[in-house]
Write a protein that binds this ligand. Sequence first.
Ligand SMILES: *Cc1c(COP(=O)(O)O)cnc(C)c1O
Length: 361
Amino acid sequence: MDTVRLNQRLADVVPYDPKYLPADCMLSANESPYNIPDDIRYEIRKKLKRLDFNRYPDPLANELRDLIAAANGLERENVLVGNGGDEILFNTALAFGGPGKKFLNTSPTFSVYTANAFLTGTEVVDIPRLDDYRVDELGILTRVAEGDIDYIILTSPNNPTGQLVSETFIRHLLESTDALVMVDEAYGEFSRMTCRPLLGLHKNLVILRTFSKAFSCAGVRLGYLLGDADVISEYLKVRQPYSVDAVSQLIGCTVYENRQLFSPAIQDIIAERGRMMEELQTIEGIKAYPSDANFILVRMDDADVAWQQLYDQGILVRDFSHTPLLENCLRLTVGTPKENKALLKALKRIARTRRRDEGND
Ligand SMILES: *Cc1c(COP(=O)(O)O)cnc(C)c1O
């Protein structure tokens, strides 16, 4: 056959492409600018030498599950480990979505949520964020009161806009609905806030976390979910048995046992975020949105032109300028002090040139 029967449902689907281009300053993917500490790398190397590569891994990564459970005052049954948070997000749509099911989204937010809903035939009910990108609390509660929402994802802090969701609102929402409420805390370590205290009080709450951001392991693919044992069981029904490989499990355990070694880097990034925010606010023509994550969203005229100018100077940031509700926005990941300085210098130069060009008109 020189033809193949394609699935029409996928005709308009565009594969995820983060457009990672090579650059001196990689400030586009919200990764940590720091590799994992040398001591941890040395320990991983030692353990790798003894790994039985010929054996299948523990399907549920129970050793890592136990470490995460203990640190959170929970049991193994309350923890699910995934191949990145992304796998857990997909499994959420598989387990709680599907044809005839509804997912409540709060755009603009992480685009993976709606992509997963589409792939699983789940209807998306969108309650857009307000002008300052805070969630529309009243809008969500009103919509949820109709009683037909199956799952909700609240990103706190939100990607790509940076705001936290208030704990009071989350508590209120959890009491108002039996829908699964996922709080995506991928950037939680940079915010000093977590919904962990609400677990155990609300069966319909799950919390998503990842090793990819604060724990410098984006290359490893590890994320985890905290929740009620009955909810975790639903995930076990849909997950791929060996999605978390043995090497990742080994790295995850070593990183998690030594996670206090990441505190200085997290503190540095939080401090740098504050410094960047202060400086951004002094640049004419740039609006910077307050952030509790390791990135800052900025808005400026002709942001796509600025993106190219930054890239020409070796600085890669994330261009959202043509994304609905994020028109003319760029997302700047907080990098090393040196990278942030280069970025601020370049942005100031762009602003200065624009002012001068206006003066000549
Ligand atoms: C990065 C991120 C994740 C998880 O990413 P993984 O690398 O798959 O663990 C989840 N949610 C949001 C909002 C993110 O930005």
